[in-house]
Design a protein around this ligand. Sequence first.
Ligand code: CU
Length: 663
Amino acid sequence: MNTDRYWILMPLLFGLLAPAVVPAQTQAPVHPLDALKMQEYWTVYEVLQASGRMDKDTYYATVLLHEPAKDKVLAWKAGDPVPREADAILIRKGQAIEARVDIAGRKLESWKEPKGVHAPIIDSEFKELGELVKKDPRVVEALAKRGIKDLTTVECVPLPFGYFAIPELDGHRIMYGGCADQRGAYLPWGRSIEGLLVKVDAVEKKVLEVTDEGPVPVPSSRVNFEEAFSIPRPGTTPLAVTQPLGPGFQLTGSEVAWQNWHFRFRLDPRVGPVINLVRFDDGTNLRSILYEGSLSELFVPYMDPAVGWATRVFIDAGEFFHGGVLRPLREGADCPANAAYFDALVADEHGIPVWRSRQACLYEFSSGAPAWRHFEKEEVWARPSRTLVLRAAAVIGNYDYLLDWRFEQDGSIHVAVGATGIIETKGVKAKNAGDHAMSGASDTSEAAPDEFGQFVAENTIGVNHDHFFSFRLDLDVDGQNNSFVAHRLKQKQLPASTHRKTIWVPEHLTARTERDAMMDIHLERPAMWIFENPSVRGPLGYPTGYEIMPGQTAASLLDPEDGPQRVGAFSTHQLWVTPYRADEFYAAGVYPTASKGDDGLAAWTKANRPIENTDIVAWYTLGFHHMPRAEDWPVMPLMWHEFVIRPFHFFPQNPVLTLPKEP
Ligand SMILES: [Cu+2]
């Protein structure tokens, strides 16, 4: 946590009000769900070194906390020994290795070499294979044909690709490479070299194939966004966010207490913020709502059949999280002035912990909107509201995703993804839409104008694509055993005596198995998705519950048998419900790289397991189709999508009724 400000202020004025601040990553863990600490990364390193199984060809793809069993965590009390284990995914000459280390016992618990899976790509593969591609005579020749003889400014990048059901790829770690010429810019985006595709064997370190469909000039449109001439907007006057008495939340290690909310969080290298043990103090009890919530996976398929584009079907978290998906937040831009910042650690490819500053921020926020209001009889009744926001930024290549967990005073949690960063673009010969749209390289010349993307600058097409995010939400409403109930709203015919023809009424469907709970959104067939505890009833006789309320979202339009869609199959439904399993964390499986889709939500739920009145996990898919526009270039304005987890008969009445008139 970046706490300089508080250290300065504390002794002066706000000693009692400032959060308890500790340099969290260097201390011993105090809770089983704490992020791995500095010494723990070193213990993993030393145990693996001492095992005699490591060699110069063995690299770390990741080191992650291995969460203790849920029942152990729930039974754990402060002062008990803290169980600590870590999972390392290693890679040796293309072979993925799973090593589990008992940190407290300082011993290697298991070493597995799973067959038929690929570890995520690691930094040295990017660098080494990129250089290999650049040196290949066929690539040098293809670049020369394009007038590019000085390769200093050229960057080639090999990328893993989705499953394409091509038998010769089986058992090989194959990646597809492309190049960009950064000349005249400080980033390579918008400068792609089209019509050139390189197939690389990442283990043999060999360029297998170079496909050259002929030159397309590299676009020269303006891409240097930071150099954009800044024009002060008239009427911009100072707007201050201050919290003169310090933050209203309390921090004890990784535990956050804010108003009635209590929760823990850690910053996980693979999925970003992981929220745990979310409870709400109703004045009498600390009531359980969510055992764990986090992003689980991302799927970003592009929609262009051209050479070098059809292969872009990224499973972004599981393939590209090496070194951690999170990147620093920038004070003064990413979070308001009253935010506290948190640092984190990740392992590099040698297993050595790397310190990362400002990986998340936490702050209170007032939108200026009321918690509730009513006007009548010349009187306005209202209460001011505020929100607690936990924010992090996942950056995967060109895209930046802000990940927000917003805790509201009314017992709801808004989970939001803010997409910004740089869209992926394709260079084309045509200057603009008036010229001829997709007359670029490859087999798209016959395409209808704008079929695969839109011009965002001269000679530059923003290629159509999707973004799908799977959120794993282990809801424990008033305890572990919950049921999922879909309240489907159905038309009901009325007798003529009512002077109405129809109304809607709910039909309550308790899901018995996983298949019953695969929910798709249709405006004409609406449903409310409620997770309730059949054993706990509120004063009105209803089971206590929490609802997942979808926001604007999308479903995949790809054929379910399309190879990449088999891997990103979580995007088929907007909601899935599974029974809790300690090893089911990732919606596209542990190893999505070149996966055939035999791990993950779609694979698990084939068993159609029982989910009624048991410990269940919800998986919500937040998605959007992205047809780029001029306004998305050269950097995208931030765009939010969200969904809401809100109480449904969890409280006996409006939980913000008791808010004071003054905050
Ligand atoms: Cu996009």
